[in-house]
Design a protein around this ligand. Structure first.
Ligand code: ASP
Ligand code: MG
Length: 470
């Protein structure tokens, strides 16, 4: 008997029909003697619309709230009708749904009156997506005559810090609570259906673990329930060598190490939440990315060691768009301890995440990659800092038409000539490289080109390293 946590993403539960399909698949595995715990995301698009509406409510636009709630109710009622056949279960789930939506309406109206949306209240609003989807999935599983029980992340025992919007679990406490609350029923073969993404802090206030965070919930649960594997059911076949929209011959990678997968998740292989692997790495629990639409396909298996037969140094190449390059220059930075700290301090205090850094040993220039949308804020705040008397910064410049290309693979470590091959491939295309970074982990070489050249670069590298062939 195998124990599996199965997480179903937003598109996998996007419609009533899809939810039915999910319930059928869970039923099949349960009948094949698998112990299954289910984690669900909100219906596709719902989390975005909740956050958007909360932002409108903050501007005191009350009229949207009623229409929004009505539409949201309609969407979920339609899903209930298609996903569940038993009238009795339909009725039960409908009641939960109506109650949940009326609570949401009150919360949004509250935000509207106060005219304020705090990270705390934003998390609370965002939590409604999963609070609405999980009961439907639960009802659909129950419809198949299986024993099942529905939990919010909070009820399941996921306790996090109070970093609203990006909370992290207190793993020991959480494990203890999950074992206590879910463990006995899971062992008996009763299927827990748990909301992904949402949890609570120690005071019981709702938190979320970051966008796309249902994956994280799944691995947290997987560790607590000591499962054999965590399966992330999504709408792609697995982690690919690159975006198939850029290179149609892109190949699914059958096996990756935790380190490689984490690297790729960060670089936007949108298959997984970047922090999701944290819990399973420690316990050495494999994770599998699978496609709900192609259940025969075993997807990408993520384990401790990279696959023995995948020996190529480069395994994947990604393009990260919507970024900007920020350069800080200043002769006074040379040999001045703390000058880089000052730059990062200004950015950090203004909520600007630095994605990539490069500086030369001359120390007179530091280049950073940040999200493009934050560029204005970054420049203005650095300029304010720059005006300080005796400051070490003298000039801030930026380019907003760039993209990062990340080339990844665990076997790049110690393999000679990879960088030279990458850069000569780019040079042969007549494309100029603006910035380069390679961490000493050697798992990843990232560089920056003009965004208009990004697609050509990805194609050339994919081709040069024969990534479409094993
Ligand atoms: N519903 C949440 C989001 O869209 C979490 C998830 O889908 O994993 O970010
Ligand atoms: Mg989602």
């Amino acid at each position: 008997m195998k124990k599996i946590v199965m997480k179903f993403g937003g598109t996998s539960v996007g419609t009533g029909k899809n939810i039915r399909h999910v319930a059928e698949s869970v039923t099949q595995y349960a009948k094949d003697d698998y112990r299954v715990a289910v984690v669900v995301s909100a219906l596709a698009g719902v989390t975005n619309s909740l956050i958007e509406t909360a932002c409108q409510a903050k501007k005191s636009e009350e009229k949207h709230i009623e229409t929004f709630s009505k539409q949201l109710l309609q969407k979920h009622l339609e899903a209930i009708e298609t996903a569940i056949t038993s009238k009795q279960i339909q009725k039960e789930v409908t009641q939960i749904t109506e109650k949940t939506i009326s609570e949401l309406e009150k919360v949004l109206t509250g935000i509207c009156y106060v005219g304020e949306l705090t990270p705390k209240s934003k998390d609370y609003v965002a939590s409604f997506g999963e609070r609405l989807s999980a009961p439907i999935v639960w009802g659909a599983v129950k419809d198949h005559k299986l024993e099942t029980q529905y939990f919010t992340g909070k009820d399941a025992g996921i306790v996090t810090d109070s970093n609203f919007g990006e909370a992290d679990p207190l793993m020991n406490f959480t494990t203890h609570l999950i074992q206590e609350r879910l463990g006995p029923l899971f062992e008996k073969g009763i299927i827990p259906v748990v909301t992904g993404f949402i949890a609570a802090n120690q005071d019981g206030i709702v938190t979320t673990v970051g966008r796309g965070g249902s994956d994280y919930t799944a691995t947290i649960l997987g560790v607590a329930l000591h499962v054999d594997e965590v399966w992330i059911w999504t709408d792609v076949d697995g982690i690919m060598t690159t975006d198939p929209k850029i290179v149609p011959t892109a190949r699914m990678l059958p096996q990756l190490s935790y380190q490689e997968a984490a690297e790729m998740a960060i670089f936007g292989a949108k298959a997984m939440h970047p922090r999701a692997l944290g819990p399973v790495i420690k316990e050495n629990i494999p994770v599998r990315i699978r496609n709900t639409a192609h259940p025969k396909n075993m997807g990408t298996l993520i384990t401790k060691e990279p696959a023995a037969n995948e020996t190529k140094p480069v395994k994947a190449v990604a393009m990260i768009k919507d970024v900007a390059m920020l350069n800080v220059n200043g002769a006074a930075m040379v040999g001045a301890p703390g000058s880089y700290a000052k730059v990062f301090d200004v950015l950090g205090k203004n909520g600007i995440n630095v994605m990539m850094v490069s500086t030369a040993v001359s120390e007179a220039n530091i280049s950073m990659i940040i999200k493009r949308a934050l560029l204005g804020r970054a420049i203005s705040n650095l300029e304010i800092a720059l005006l300080e008397r005796g400051g070490v910064l003298s000039e801030v410049t930026a380019e907003d038409d760039v993209a990062v290309i990340a080339v990844m693979g665990a076997n790049m470590k110690g393999t000679l000539g990879v960088a030279s091959k990458i850069f000569s491939t780019v040079a042969k295309k007549g494309i100029n490289i603006r910035m380069i970074a390679q961490g000493s982990s050697e798992l990843n070489i990232s560089f920056v080109v003009k965004e208009k050249d990004g697609v050509a670069v990805v194609r050339a590298i994919h081709d040069e390293f024969n990534l479409d062939k094993n």
